[in-house]
Design a protein around this ligand. Structure first.
Ligand code: AQP
Length: 348
């Protein structure tokens, strides 16, 4: 059976981009068709300035929202990254396989360095090295597929390179995974700045639809979305990025396609109204389920505890194999290795 792994980082309140680009596919498809693991990658939430209490709060909220979005612990494994030590154990090995140049080429690194500079903050070393941790997240589970939004495809590409390199140098250890990206809404754009991705830690609140925004707030944000100077509704990402973004959101929510939806709406106002209705239809049940789950935090806690146990049981033997392959002496294997090695090699 295909194994799928993906994660979400608790750096802010989850957005419509997170939902349409990733979570919805996890719930509707992946958990039914694969042995699927979904992780709240809290360690990735510390690569930029963070507040410990907020990180804990957002981790709880992300876990609750994943379940509210339809992840079913009977069908898949949901857990918190820092509850399974194998991620950090393997991450260091990935750092020993990756190069400094590779890390510095990552687009997210360059973008976040720029935004940290604008905020007058120093750049944490972990911002540079976190793709190694992300590679470890994926490789520790022998995942075949990694369903992600478009912005994470480069990191999955790096993970593939590291897996291939490790396997060539130290013997076959890792499954080489591939990214799967949704056909529409792989990159939902900020409603106020349709040239930039809608991100949960964006400063532009009015351009970001959060999953837990009140319905009237969601409607207002969509009705005030920046459109383009023309009058006609056409799907053209280059020339009409604002309209194209709304059409993609609408298509993702209704199951249509952006080109044909463009012919259905004859004004920007009509398109915005239809998009707002469609988004509210999709998010309504998620918000209702979230409210129910908040009443029973013990249930979510138990899901995460059980999830971490299952995840650990998969990751530990794979990471142990990697430790052995790269040349680390396992505890209790001193004598075994000494007997196996010729004396001349053992002395080196
Ligand atoms: N705007 C988006 N459109 C489509 N997919 C998106 N994803 C994120 N934003 C969009 C996808 O959501 C999954 C979880 O993302 P993440 O939380 O791990 O990190 P991210 O990609 O860096 O998301 P954000 O919201 O932009 O966080 P910040 O602002 O903190 O950097 C991934 O599959 C991602 O592709």
């Amino acid at each position: 059976m295909t194994r799928v792994f993906s994660g979400i980082k608790p750096t802010g309140h989850l957005t419509l981009g997170n939902y349409l680009g990733a979570m919805r596919q996890w719930a509707a498809v992946d958990q039914h068709q694969a042995d699927a693991l979904f992780c709240i990658v809290d360690l990735h939430g510390m690569t930029v300035d963070h507040d410990p209490a907020r990180l804990r709060r957002l981790t709880r909220q992300a876990a609750t929202l994943l379940l509210a979005a339809g992840l079913d612990p009977e069908l898949c494994t949901v857990f918190v990254q820092s509850h399974v030590d194998e991620h950090t154990r393997l991450s260091y090995l990935m750092e020993c396989v990756a190069t400094d140049g590779e890390m510095r080429r990552m687009i997210q690194y360059k973008e976040k360095v720029a935004s940290e500079a604008v905020r007058g903050r120093s750049v944490r070393l972990s911002l540079l090295t976190y793709p190694a941790l992300m590679a470890a997240d994926i490789l520790a589970y022998g995942a075949d597929e990694v369903p992600v939004g478009d912005d994470q495809a480069q990191h999955v590409e790096l993970t593939r390179d590291l897996a291939v390199r490790f396997n060539q140098r130290y013997g076959h250890t890792f499954v080489v995974p591939k990214a799967t990206v949704p056909k529409v809404a792989a990159r939902v754009m900020n409603l106020q700045d349709p040239m930039s991705k809608m991100g949960k830690s964006d400063d532009s609140g009015p351009g970001v639809v959060y999953l837990l925004d009140e319905p009237e707030v969601i409607r207002k944000k969509i009705m005030r979305a920046v459109t383009d100077s023309g009058q006609e509704v056409v799907y053209d990402r280059e020339e009409q990025p604002g309209v194209a973004n709304l059409l993609e959101i609408l298509a993702a929510c209704t199951g249509g396609n952006p080109e044909s939806l463009a012919t259905v709406h004859d004004s920007y106002g009509a398109l915005k109204r239809a998009t707002a209705d469609a988004v509210l239809d999709v998010l309504g049940p998620v918000q209702a389920r979230h409210k129910e789950l908040c009443v029973d935090p013990g249930y979510v806690e138990e899901v995460l505890r059980h999830g971490a146990e299952k995840a650990r049981a998969i990751a530990r033997p794979i990471v142990d194999t990697a430790y052995r392959a790269i040349g680390l002496l396992p505890p209790g294997a001193f004598a075994e290795d000494a007997v196996a090695q010729p004396a001349v090699n053992a002395a080196r």
